[in-house]
Design a protein around this ligand. Structure first.
Ligand SMILES: Nc1ncnc2c1ncn2[C@@H]1O[C@H](COP(=O)(O)OP(=O)(O)OP(=O)(O)O)[C@@H](O)[C@H]1O
Ligand SMILES: [Mg+2]
Length: 440
């Protein structure tokens, strides 16, 4: 962690302050100590404090006041509460006021260190979330992210934009394949020529050929005029064959010929046309698996895969998740003329641990919805859809009754099996009738 962290300990017991100092100073923290809330507030105005560790019960002003004060005035400071009376109510109360961690007295050295580290990690997550990402100076890509995986993508975009070779982009749904294809085109010397995206999975088989290569007047009934296809439209520029693995075998054979000969045949015309179009293809699924299954032609794949680019799923991009969440929060609050909300520490935690099956697109849609639905300055866990709320780290959960827990668990299982009661009953090891009664 860069720089020495400043920690302020607040307690009316000199022994406690001494204990905290003795544990934390050897670990490289700068520790300041004061005996009450008033002195703490004064010190906060003089020194940039990263973490406040405070007692709750103190003779003059209660520690909860300090928690509230820090939370309202210092976004770059986090609070760790130490309580002598570990009732769940005070713990929940202090977390509600904005403390990010709490510890009960008679803690071990290890427990204090872990709580300090975890609080400072939350601070770091907040800072990342609040930073506007500067991007790479060389490229205008529209892509957000500074993780090693994304830095590799920027280098590959840079390389691909300098030559005209075919590019094959793979990655799960919503990872940004089209955005990467556009970045290659718009950073290349063909930037002023068209970029033509073709969704190979969405065009009916019988129209595919005429859409791709065009047709001559009179080629078939209804062809009153000659018309160019996508390849002609993209001449001099880039054609983006999105979901290329969804094309039929005859189409794959035709595309292979285009790649080999650099020419296309319009339907109804036996003379070929030279074309100068760069091809970028993409696939959601692993082409090599589809080749083994006989769905995708191996020779076409090798022709396409001159420059392979694989985009990592969002869950493997670490802090990029927060950069993106913050970016979309800015973007959509500007659109809706609202002030940009922040995300609570717990929401940040959930974001960092969620699986994100829909990747960046899923995150973008979620943040868009949250910006529209929430009027509070901070987005908190209850604002999130169920599927994300259930991914909360169980230690951080507040506790309710057994009946609540049962209800929540059943809902969780039902969400998992997409509402299928038979499957849910199987997992829960109860019969369907019992499940129906419980649901009532
Ligand atoms: N790194 C990123 N920075 C900013 N926005 C991104 C990033 N990656 C993806 N997006 C946004 O996420 C959405 C999905 O991206 P895109 O359409 O490029 O994904 P895709 O991989 O082509 O998805 P699919 O396989 O479903 O077609 C778009 O709105 C895009 O602008
Ligand atoms: Mg796409």
């Amino acid at each position: 962690m860069p720089g020495k962290k400043n920690i302020l300990a607040v307690d009316d017991s000199a022994n406690m302050l001494e204990l905290i100092r003795r544990i934390l100073t050897p670990k490289g923290y700068s520790v300041y100590t004061v005996s009450g809330v008033a002195q703490a507030i004064k010190l906060l105005q003089e020194i940039d404090i990263d973490l406040v560790i405070t007692d709750i019960r103190m003779p003059e002003i209660e520690g909860t006041e300090l928690v509230r004060f820090v939370n309202e005035n210092y976004r770059n400071t986090v609070v760790l509460v130490i309580t002598g009376y570990p009732t769940i109510e005070t713990a929940v109360e202090t977390v509600k006021l904005g403390a990010c961690e709490y510890l009960t007295k008679l803690f071990t050295e290890q427990e204090l260190l872990e709580a300090v580290q975890s609080s400072l990690q939350k601070l770091r997550n907040r800072e990342i979330g609040n930073a506007r990402f500067e991007g790479l100076p060389l490229l205008q890509t529209g892509l957000i992210g500074g993780s090693p995986g994304m830095l590799k993508i920027y280098r590959e975009i840079d390389k691909a934009s300098k030559i005209k070779a075919t590019v094959m982009i793979t990655g799960e749904t919503g990872t940004g394949k089209e955005l990467v294809a556009r970045a290659i085109h718009y950073n290349s010397s063909q930037a002023s020529a068209p970029f033509v995206p073709v969704n190979c999975g969405a065009i009916p088989d019988e129209l595919m050929e005429s859409e791709m290569f065009g047709y001559k007047k009179g080629a078939f009934t209804g062809a009153y005029e000659s018309r160019g296809g996508f390849f002609q439209a993209a001449d001099g520029g880039t054609i983006f064959l999105d979901e290329i693995t969804n094309t039929t075998p005859p189409m794959q054979a035709k595309l292979l010929r285009v790649l080999q000969e650099k020419e296309v045949y319009m339907i109804g015309c036996n003379k070929s046309q030279k074309i100068d179009t760069r091809i970028i293809a993409s696939s959601n699924s692993d082409p090599e698996v589809l080749i083994k299954k006989g769905i995708f032609r191996e020779d076409l794949y090798y022709r396409l895969n001159v420059i392979p680019i694989h985009i990592l799923p969002l869950r493997e991009r670490g802090d990029d998740i927060l950069l993106l969440a913050n970016h979309f929060a800015h973007k959509y609050s500007e659109e809706t003329i609202k002030s940009t909300p922040e995300f609570s520490d717990e929401v940040i935690d959930i974001f960092l641990n969620y699986y994100w099956p829909g990747n960046v697109r899923e995150l973008e849609n979620l943040v868009h919805r949250l910006v529209i639905m929430t009027d509070e300055p901070v987005i908190k866990t209850p604002d999130l859809p169920k599927i994300l709320r259930y991914s909360v780290n169980p230690q951080k959960k507040t506790f309710g009754s057994l009946a609540d827990a049962e209800k929540e668990y059943i809902e969780q299982v039902l969400a998992f099996v997409k509402g299928n009661k038979t499957k849910a009953a199987e997992i829960l090891k109860i019969d369907r009738k019992t499940l129906r009664e419980k649901l009532k």
